[in-house]
Design a protein. Structure first.
Length: 68
């Protein structure tokens, strides 16, 4: 019986460690997903900015051509 109590305590503590490790892995996976989504959003925003700049340049060119 004296050996059983430390064994149960050790098993309980090791289960807590596994739970912490599992939680850390889950948090890391979520953070990676957030970073990937942020990069995707940044890329889309950059494309929209580039499109807007192209439209602005085209409008300016059209005004210059109309003024001639």
């Amino acid at each position: 019986m004296k050996r059983l109590v430390p064994l149960i305590a050790a098993a309980a503590l090791s289960a807590c460690g596994a739970d912490v490790a599992s939680s850390a892995a889950t948090a890391a996976a979520l953070k990676k997903q957030e970073l990937e989504q942020g990069k995707k959003t940044m890329d889309q925003t950059q494309q929209k900015i580039n499109q807007a700049m192209d439209q602005l340049q085209q409008s300016q060119q059209n005004r210059e051509d109309a003024a001639k």
